[in-house]
Design a binder for this molecule. Sequence first.
Ligand code: GLN
Length: 494
Amino acid sequence: MTDLTDLGVAALRDGIAGGDFTAVEAAEAFNANIAAAGVLNAFIVATPEHALESARKVDADRAAGKTLGKLAGVPIGMKDLFATKGVQTTAASHILEGFTPEYESTVSQKLWDAGAGMLGKLNLDQFAMGSSNETSYFGNVISPWRRCDGGNAAMAPGGSSGGSSAAVSARLCPAATGTDTGGSIRQPAAFTGISGIKPTYGRCSRWGIVAFASSLDQAGPMARDVRDCAIMLEAMAGFDPKDTTSLDLSVPAWEAGLNANLKGKKVGIPREYRVEGLDADVAKSWDDGVAWLKDAGAEVIDISLPHTKYALPAYYIIAPAEASSNLARYDGVRYGLRDLPDGANLQDMYAATRAAGFGAEVKRRILIGTYVLSAGFYDAYYTQAQKVRTLISHDFKNAFTECDVILAPTTPTGAFGLGEMVSDPLAMYLNDVFAVPASLAGLPAMSVPAGLNREGLPLGLQIVGRPFDEQGVLNAGLAIEQRAGFTARPGKWW
Ligand code: GLN
């Protein structure tokens, strides 16, 4: 029998529905891979029983001739930012250690309703703040990928959804959830040779997801290919009255709508993304992407997004500002950790809990956020950043009068080694330079694998679409996927 962990979402779903294997067999296969991959530290907790229980139900439903859900029997990984009822939810922070929600996030509930099972809670950067998964209280994730230099330097899986990217690329799960505030689905997908899509802001409910920056946070899937992303996203998306920013729109049949023929479509190439000193391999993969999209029938044109260079500074004002407000709720009273030194009063308890509970990067963001929101600096920083955000949205709006989707690299380089960037937060923030503009504008954006760089590490291409046009993004992604022929996998060393 084929190794079931080599199968993606569509193949698992179809194989189970067709009786080629059972959902329990699929869950067992992935549970075994997870148990054998502890060194990657991709999961904060594994939940093998959860996966088996859902699988048993799917097998019983199938035997009874019941209609199966869209993800019946597909076991998935859940980023530990989604509240899962009865299962510890930490956002990879000490301050939430031991927090077991009494409720289920809307997105995870939708996945279970579609018949998926949970293999475990995936590691991430603490409160989703980071680009390398090194800010997790539970230790960094190690990417399954290694440089082809014969050395064995441990590589970053990207962040913040680094557990998700490592787990999918190491075959610990066929798909995982991610969240993307400023690139956290796309960048880790690019670093590990998998696909991931951040839908239009509002497509997926934020209810029950630990909040980082509420005007930017979006959930989305990470999987091995474009079709699997489409299937996952269909199950995750949809209006939710519990989230006031949820879009009241029906969910399109994205999988059925997949079409890699781009005849009549225009693809914009933003000239401002051709930054000085752009990595040669990244530039080459971008050129490949242009050729592939032309081959798929698209017309490729130059476009301008003139305010691009202000996106990163604006993001690193707006995201920390919102984070400083959202994270005020962790005070030692309601959730998780409480540090109550002898003789402490309430203020002391707040201070001690937050000092002990938050990691360094989280504290840095709270400090920046509090500063830019303070009375004396609000207009100079926060208001100004919001104005820049509007200009960036207008750039995209103008561009989309000329083109249907935009093609750019996902990241300025391939993956870096663990420890190579942590001491330089600004260099780390630069990783998000190509991802953040689409986040600020709330646009759907996807990363698909495009090839390997000179170090033997994956590179991703990013497609950005008009609001609500996930289909256009997925279709361009599929056109690239079919031509890139990306079949590389990390050699198994763990
Ligand atoms: N790397 C970015 C940050 O640190 C994006 C994080 C995210 O999208 N959650 O803020």
